[in-house]
Design a protein. Structure first.
Length: 290
């Protein structure tokens, strides 16, 4: 049995073939360009394999309500050219297998949840944030993704401004200084005029960003109380997370009990931000067993 995974990111698509043990058998990646070009490459890749089911973890916002006529669409994304794209419809016309449809961060969250189960970590809940070109998060509670009328958009929560950052307007086209608008990868260039990879890890901007990311962790801690908060994406390093933990400890101020911070606020367990691929394999497998 072969399972298919599409991690549809705003910068690149990662398509993979896996087996029933969620091991990658084949993989390809390519830039996210126009919907027509990118989805054609995707279909062409999967037509080479006899997959039994497919799971798609996509950048968003997306429509996840099966009752909606726009189920399977990428909706109000700021990604140029992708708003109101019928993602599932395009794939379904070419590949007739069961398809699971969720957000990229939900896929990553589910992958981390699966890995925690396989390692006997015995978590029943976790939250996964990605901080890269954009910011998003997904939460698994009792083995299930949260969301009712839509999926969470935790990357767009509003925050208290850092006193040394009040003049920065933020980059989110919808909200300006939401979480994504203040800590996504492009904010380095907007603030400093240089790419994030060129910013020294001891630059004060990292402390400002840690202040914001810690607020996001505080929100999850005080609302969902998940067992672990995982931070992935190109912006995140262990050095940066150490700053986040320090800010988090000051903000929480001992109000509620949490695990040791080195086990509570962590990097992904899957290398190279590959959590969504593992999650997709598991979700595709679930379709076949449901």
């Amino acid at each position: 049995m072969l399972l298919g995974s599409i991690e549809a990111g705003g910068t690149k698509f990662v398509c993979a073939i896996g087996n029933g043990d969620y091991q990658i058998q084949d993989q390809i990646q390519f830039p996210t360009t126009t919907p027509e070009e990118t989805l054609k490459k995707t279909v062409d890749y999967f037509k080479k394999f006899n997959i039994s089911a497919l799971s798609i973890a996509s950048f968003g916002p997306i429509e996840i309500r099966k009752s909606s006529p726009k189920y399977g669409f990428v909706t109000t994304t700021p990604k140029v050219g992708w708003a109101n794209t019928d993602f599932i419809g395009y794939i379904k016309k070419e590949i007739d297998v069961p398809i699971f449809w969720t957000t990229d961060v939900n896929g990553s969250a589910y992958g981390e949840f699966v890995m925690s189960t396989l390692s006997n970590e015995k978590l029943n809940s976790l939250t996964y944030y990605t901080i890269g070109t954009g910011v998003g998060a997904g939460s698994i509670v009792d083995g299930k993704m949260i969301g009712g009328i839509g999926h969470p958009e935790m990357g767009h929560v509003l925050l208290k401004r850092h006193p040394d950052d009040v003049d920065f307007k933020g980059i989110c086209p919808y909200h300006g200084d939401c979480l994504e608008g203040l800590v996504a990868g492009p904010t380095f260039e907007a603030r400093l005029g240089i790419k994030g990879r060129e910013v020294d890890r001891n630059h004060p901007v990292w402390q400002i960003m840690a202040y914001y990311v810690a607020q996001a962790a505080i929100q999850i801690t005080l609302t969902l109380r998940t067992g672990k908060i995982v931070f992935g994406g190109g912006v995140v390093t262990e050095h940066f997370l150490s700053q986040v933990r320090s800010e988090f400890k000051k903000m929480l101020n001992g109000y509620v009990q949490v695990p040791e911070l080195e086990q509570y606020i962590v990097m992904p367990s899957v290398n190279n931000n590959g959590s969504a691929t593992i999650g997709n394999f598991a979700l595709a497998d679930w379709l076949l067993k449901d």
